[in-house]
Ligand binder design. Structure first.
Ligand code: HEC
Ligand code: HEC
Ligand code: HEC
Ligand code: HEC
Ligand code: HEC
Length: 184
């Protein structure tokens, strides 16, 4: 349904007017959505803060962010590489589900938190290669226990940064605000 409306809207006629209209609605809606975002229940209460504060790099666990569209979530074998050798794994209740998943060879079913709809093209690689830090979009993970979405990735959030990044470069501004850059 949304896809069909969207296909209709993406036709050249009235595109810009529609875009501006949506932006206005979006910036209003963002407040409402933002205040209702809650972290889902995860199979393991994975604490980002402890890992990031132990100086483990984001890209060690999410290497896809430097290579392509999706950052990826680490497989349990990567967790086990460290936790197998750690004393805390024997005693921590939080780690019992990890031990169980490894012993029974059942993949952990993480619940996705951060996403954009299918009709939006997002690619981590372009942003990471362009020097954008993870924090710019995902917030300060040294304070996050279970991941939640600090911003709703609405169109205004993307466009604000694109407009700011383009600065006086007119060609870049046109490219980064073109509907076809994010929707195709
Ligand atoms: C030790 C591995 C590890 C490290 C280091 C790590 N993460 Fe994660 N990350 C995970 C796991 C596991 C999940 C899935 C559980 C969750 O959503 O909390 C996740 C989830 C996320 C999510 C939410 C994805 C989703 O939609 O489910 C974001 C965003 C994220 N990480 C960003 C970061 C950033 C930014 C850093 C560095 C500051 C980082 N992570 C460091 C393992 C890690
Ligand atoms: C590079 C090493 C490393 C990797 C990989 C790693 N961890 Fe950890 N993990 C740590 C360290 C260090 C701590 C903090 C231990 C402490 O506080 O004494 C920790 C703590 C934890 C805790 C908190 C335990 C508690 O009782 O406070 C959980 C849960 C956890 N890790 C789950 C995971 C999961 C799930 C993965 C895979 C997605 C993972 N870890 C990958 C090093 C790692
Ligand atoms: C320019 C903003 C931006 C930057 C910079 C950014 N992300 Fe993301 N991230 C997003 C958006 C938007 C999504 C949702 C993508 C989707 O639904 O396809 C996302 C999704 C994720 C996810 C969950 C889904 C997945 O596998 O992609 C993880 C994990 C993640 N990001 C980690 C990172 C890490 C680690 C970095 C830094 C190396 C980073 N991100 C940099 C915007 C960003
Ligand atoms: C914090 C700033 C920032 C945010 C937020 C941001 N972007 Fe970007 N984005 C950039 C910059 C800078 C570039 C240009 C990178 C370069 O130099 O090529 C870019 C480039 C792109 C490109 C072009 C990639 C290519 O292959 O040339 C797409 C598509 C894109 N962004 C989509 C999005 C979407 C969708 C969102 C929101 C979910 C978003 N961006 C949010 C900064 C941002
Ligand atoms: C920088 C990336 C970017 C550009 C450029 C962009 N959009 Fe979007 N657009 C998004 C994102 C992200 C969403 C998803 C918002 C959400 O999930 O609430 C979206 C959603 C939409 C939607 C669906 C609204 C809904 O109800 O979900 C329409 C229609 C749309 N955009 C039209 C346009 C038009 C027309 C243009 C050109 C004037 C445009 N977009 C340019 C990122 C972009």
């Amino acid at each position: 349904m949304i896809k069909r409306i969207f296909d209709w809207l993406i036709q050249p006629l009235g595109l810009i007017a529609v875009g501006i209209g949506f932006l206005a609605v979006f910036s209003l809606a963002a407040y409402g959505i933002n205040s209702t975002q809650l972290a889902p229940t995860q199979p393991i209460e994975f604490p980002h803060d402890k890992h990031v504060n132990a100086s483990i790099q984001c890209l060690y666990c999410h290497p896809g962010a430097a290579k392509g569209p999706a950052a990826g979530i680490p497989a349990q074998s990567k967790c086990w590489g460290c936790h197998q050798q750690m004393e805390i794994t024997e005693t921590s209740e939080l780690l019992a589900p990890l031990k169980e998943a490894v012993e029974s060879n059942t993949p952990i079913k993480w619940v996705p938190v951060v996403m954009v709809p299918d009709f939006v093209q997002f690619n981590h690689r372009a942003h990471v290669a362009g020097g954008q830090n993870c924090e710019n979009c995902h917030g300060d993970m040294t304070k996050v226990t279970v991941a939640e979405n600090p911003q709703v990735f609405n169109m205004g959030f993307c466009l604000n940064c694109h407009i700011k990044s383009a600065g006086d470069d007119h060609e870049k501004l046109v490219k980064l605000t073109d509907c076809g850059t994010c929707h195709y």
